[in-house]
Write a protein that binds this ligand. Structure first.
Ligand SMILES: NC(=O)c1ccc[n+]([C@@H]2O[C@H](COP(=O)([O-])OP(=O)(O)OC[C@H]3O[C@@H](n4cnc5c(N)ncnc54)[C@H](OP(=O)(O)O)[C@@H]3O)[C@@H](O)[C@H]2O)c1
Length: 339
């Protein structure tokens, strides 16, 4: 018997990507897909590119609560996932939130970065951070998974191998990231308008204001190491999908180039989705996949290190990683439907 799953917020970019993956997953079937704006519309008309049941229509998120499922993917703006997640959780349903509502263990820290009180603080102690390469064991037994943000996925996969060995000095970590426009979601803003984004590269929320700074610092600090604060410069580049991050930090000691590479290789040698390359990767390698590609350069004369990381923001940065988390939560082979 296939497990029944639902998508709340199915018309958005992450929801659309999940529909693609659910269609090819052998162990699950789609029980519902929600949209407030499109409720009553047929899914197969909205997404003619997928083979979807011809009679399935979008229902509202509140109606979805009447459809029992084993697991629900929440693809919603901040705040909405906690509100709706609470109701799904009370029905005994497993939750994977692609938004930020279950990424922080501390409600006050969430409030600090998302500028709103958390709507289900009592559930945070049950939620785990779903970066499987580092927190697989926690994901295995979890009922609620906070799927990591797209920028944090790219930067943390670069930093954690060094952080876990306490190699990062207490100086600012500089994260310079370029993202395709789908990272901004489907709702149009001035910055994501074609006329503004085409033939243009622009930084936004630079420094310490982007909310992903909080997520990245929280995860780096949870292993008791204190590598100093993050300076983060996200940039929009005129491509549909992909994130390319250059992560700069100062090491506590000089690390030879090949040793830096070996630290990454040791961390990910048994991982199906994280690859250490001999050269600097590009986003095209990771497009439409759950893969992350890394490379590192070390400058022992100044102890400086730069790690390059390429992912697909909708892939390893969102929906594909969410399916990886589902596979782990359900005790299925981790790569099911992903390779
Ligand atoms: N895009 C990315 O690359 C990416 C990567 C990692 C994480 N995320 C996170 O994943 C979440 C979804 O992102 P997205 O890019 O898919 O967003 P999106 O394209 O803007 O889609 C948002 C979805 O949420 C629904 N929605 C909005 N407000 C709602 C409400 N009050 N009640 C119920 N449904 C509501 C919308 O439904 P309607 O049809 O009714 O509008 C739509 O289906 C966000 O938290 C985002 O930060 C996104």
């Amino acid at each position: 018997m296939k497990a029944r799953v639902g998508i709340v917020g199915a018309t958005g970019y992450t929801g659309e990507e999940l529909l693609l993956l659910i269609a090819r997953h052998p162990n699950i079937e789609l029980a519902f897909a929600t949209s407030e704006k499109e409720q009553g519309q047929k899914l197969c008309s909205y997404f003619p590119q997928f083979s979807l049941p011809s009679d399935m229509i979008f229902i509202s998120a509140d109606q979805a609560l009447d459809h029992p499922v084993e697991l629900v993917f929440l693809c919603l703006p901040a705040g909405e996932s906690a509100r709706l997640g609470k109701s799904f959780f009370s029905q005994g349903c497993k939750i994977i939130d692609l938004g930020a509502d279950f990424r922080f263990a501390d409600a006050q820290e969430y409030d600090r970065w998302y500028h709103q009180p958390h709507k289900a603080p009592e559930l945070l102690s049950q939620a785990v951070y779903g970066l499987p390469e580092w927190y697989r064991k926690e994901v295995q037994g979890a009922k609620i998974v906070g799927n990591p943000g797209c920028y944090p996925t790219s930067a943390l996969l670069a930093l954690l191998p060094f952080n876990q060995q306490d190699l990062i000095a207490e100086q600012p970590i500089i994260i310079d990231s370029k993202s395709g426009l789908s990272g901004a979601g489907k709702t149009l803003s001035r910055a994501s308008h074609f006329m503004e984004a085409n033939e243009n590269v622009v930084a936004y929320k630079a420094g310490r204001v982007h909310r992903h700074v909080g997520e990245m610092e929280t995860i780096l600090q949870r292993d008791a190491f204190s590598p100093g604060h993050i300076l983060f410069t996200p940039q929009l580049v005129p491509m549909a999908r992909g994130i390319f991050s250059c992560v700069y930090f100062t090491a506590k000691n000089a690390i030879a180039d090949r040793d830096a590479m070996q630290i990454l290789r040791d961390a990910y040698e048994s991982e199906a989705f994280v690859h250490v390359l001999d050269d600097i990767p590009s986003t095209r390698l990771a497009q439409n996949s759950n893969h992350c590609f890394l490379h590192v350069l070390s400058f022992p004369e100044t102890n400086q290190i730069v790690v390059f990381s390429a992912i697909d923001n909708l892939g390893k940065g969102a929906s594909w990683q969410a399916v990886q988390n589902m596979n782990i939560m359900m005790n299925w082979p981790e790569t099911t439907a992903l390779i």
